[in-house]
Write a protein that binds this ligand. Structure first.
Ligand code: M6R
Length: 610
């Protein structure tokens, strides 16, 4: 969601800005722009549409200059258009700003600035920031930005440049991610690491309410009171290739192929030679684990679906009550937080605005926060009491895949560790679970073989023109049905819903008619018979049933019109495997329909505004 890149150095800044913005395309955007200090002029170029439109324009009419800011905008206030695209500047063109986030009091500020003679040319909230900084400008851009911040309410990451301060870029972070890349004789600003990884691995991860003065030869960071802040250099330990397609047509399919490795990377370092789980890095005491009275899981989207799997699994194996909530709902209810409740907050990016707000709310009420995130140094990882990383590597495609399966793996590890410490899982079972978990990466690889993929491609080819799809499942299979359905709708735009199979007769069955596609997830042995009844019910109404199931489910295999088999594992771990065919099915439907798989319409990878 919106991307910022800033550069100061000897290179042609538009090259660095465009290159960096192209690495942030995955975040989702609908327009792009740059502002460059060129000699004593501020040149601004911005275009609705893909980055290529801006790039082509810059080829036709290049802008010289070694200091600039760039932006990809995902529209919130005002439609996608050239005018609403960032950067926004003052009428004199002295100051230019790019912004991620939302300024909640922008109407009030706009009225105020109107009384001071400022006029506005866009519908954005961002334009007020440029004018506000100008309003406070008395010879120092840095000081004007600090003053303006006192009036801004909401979330914002900013990059600001001024004609009058040609030697520095100002970067600000408040509730929206921003990093500083440290080079030799050049420095960078970016919303995310991939934007600058081609130039440097040394990074400062800004904290909220910090302001950085970024010059060619150095960076100084201050808090909101102007007091200098020392930052440790964060060394990025993954390669630029990890954030490239590496020969695949899309990031999504590359990331599905990476699942076996991601699962292995997440699991192996946490299993000792003796076959024990080692969560030392988590640093949560046995006393704390024993005292947990209730677990509350909060997340959004796919991460929420991972949490739902954990609710079923934890309650069954640990006998601890588990509440689960969607973060945007949690933050507006009045939750009761007990002193011995453990909050598990799940977020691939660690930056999702609703999830962060829910986490902070729970923390304020005294909750202990255990974060599961993929991004080292993310807001979530920095604010939580305990952090467990999914070592999935960068996930670029909007549709989350390897993050989901590694989130599940982390949750299962927690289940086993908590079960052992609390005496809910005995030693024999514990050992058997671990043996089986170790086999999961190889089993995941079996689903991504050429033959299995061919079968799913064929199935996607056959079904990609349907208008509606319904996913059914019970218990853990229902959680996977929800995730499969989300995947399909977000990247193929096929209308899709998921229902608990037992709920069919209470309404959804009215939707079934001749040839309605019903995708049934059936992996939980004790529920096979129930699922068989549901398949019969929908087939009796003309549905075409595609079952994702296992060898053991003979009756289901006989009844379904089409089956996709997944390897056997313990029932409790089935979601890690059964979800993969749903990811592949969604992917190939999207490809068949000619959709831009990695950048589906209206969606952003990291939803950093409410
Ligand atoms: O970064 P997060 O895990 O917090 O993101 C949560 C959701 O926005 C995300 O899972 C979203 O639902 C994906 N597009 C799903 O593929």
């Amino acid at each position: 969601m919106c991307g910022i890149v800033g550069y100061i150095g000897e290179k042609k800044s538009t090259d660095v800005l465009l290159d960096g913005l192209s690495k942030l395309e995955y975040r989702g955007y609908d327009s792009a722009g740059v502002a460059v200090l060129s000699g004593d002029k501020m040149e601004i170029r911005k275009k609705k549409g893909r980055l290529k439109v801006l790039g082509d324009d810059l080829i036709k009419m290049p802008i010289e200059g070694g200091m600039g800011i760039g932006h990809t905008r995902w529209a919130t206030h005002g439609a996608p258009s050239d005018e609403n695209a960032h950067p926004h500047a003052t009428a004199s063109g002295d100051i230019a700003v790019v912004h991620n986030g939302i300024i909640e009091n922008y109407m009030k500020l706009k009225d105020y600035l109107g009384t001071k003679g400022y006029t506005f040319v866009s519908q954005t909230d961002t334009e007020v920031i440029a004018h506000l900084i100008d309003h406070y400008y008395e010879g120092s851009l840095y000081e004007a930005v600090q003053e303006a911040m006192k009036r801004l309410e909401g979330s914002y990451a900013l990059a600001v440049i001024s004609k009058k301060d040609p030697d520095e870029l100002i970067a600000v972070r408040k509730d929206s991610p921003l990093i500083i890349g440290l080079g030799e004789g050049e420095n960078f600003i970016a919303s995310d690491i991939p934007a600058i990884l081609a130039y440097t691995r040394n990074v400062y991860l800004l904290n909220d309410d910090e302001v950085a003065r970024v010059r060619k030869d150095g960076v100084d960071v201050f808090d909101k009171y102007g007091i200098p802040v020392q930052h440790d250099i964060f060394k990025v330990d993954w390669d630029v290739e990890a954030a490239e397609k590496g020969g695949y047509q899309h990031f999504m399919i590359k990331e599905i192929h990476e699942e076996p490795k991601a699962l292995k990377d997440t699991l192996s370092p946490r299993i000792t030679k003796e076959g024990e789980i080692d969560l030392k890095n988590l640093d949560i005491s046995h006393r704390k684990i024993k005292n947990i009275q209730k677990i509350v899981i909060v997340a959004c989207g796919t991460a929420y679906h991972a949490g739902l799997v954990a609710k079923y699994a934890f309650e069954e194996k640990l006998r601890i009550p588990v509440e689960i909530d969607i973060a945007s709902e949690y933050r507006y209810r009045n939750p009761i937080v007990g002193p011995d409740d453990l909050y598990i907050i799940i977020s691939q990016s660690g930056e999702t605005a609703d999830t962060m707000a829910a986490m902070r709310m729970a923390k304020k009420e005294g909750a202990q926060i255990l974060a599961i995130t993929n991004v080292v140094g993310s807001t979530l990882s920095r604010e939580a009491d305990y952090v467990m990383y999914t070592w999935a590597g960068p996930e670029i495609a909007v549709a989350s895949t390897k993050a989901y399966t590694t989130q599940l793996l982390c949750l299962y590890l927690l289940m086993l560790e908590f079960g052992k410490v609390r005496g809910a899982i005995d030693e024999l079972d514990y050992a058997a679970y671990i043996t089986e978990l170790k086999a999961i990466p190889a089993k995941a690889a079996e689903i991504i073989t050429e033959d299995s993929i061919k079968q799913i491609m064929k199935s996607a080819h056959k079904h990609c023109t349907v208008e509606d799809t319904y996913f059914l499942g019970r218990n853990l299979d229902y959680a996977v049905a929800l995730e499969g359905s989300l995947k399909l709708k977000e990247i193929s735009y096929i209308h899709s819903e998921a229902f608990p199979a037992g709920e069919l007769k209470h309404g959804p069955i009215a939707l079934i008619e001749d040839n309605t596609l019903v995708i049934t997830i059936a992996t939980q042995e004790r529920l096979f018979e129930k699922t068989v009844s549901n398949i019969k019910e929908v087939k009796a109404r003309g549905a075409y049933v595609l079952a994702i199931t296992t060898e053991k489910a003979d009756l289901i295999r006989d009844l379904a019109d089409e089956i996709i088999l997944v390897p056997e594992t313990m029932n409790i771990f089935m979601p890690i495997l059964s979800v993969i065919p749903t990811q592949l099915f969604a992917y190939y439907c999207s490809v068949e329909r000619g959709i831009d798989v990695d950048k589906p319409r209206n969606l952003a990878k990291s939803v950093t505004v409410e």
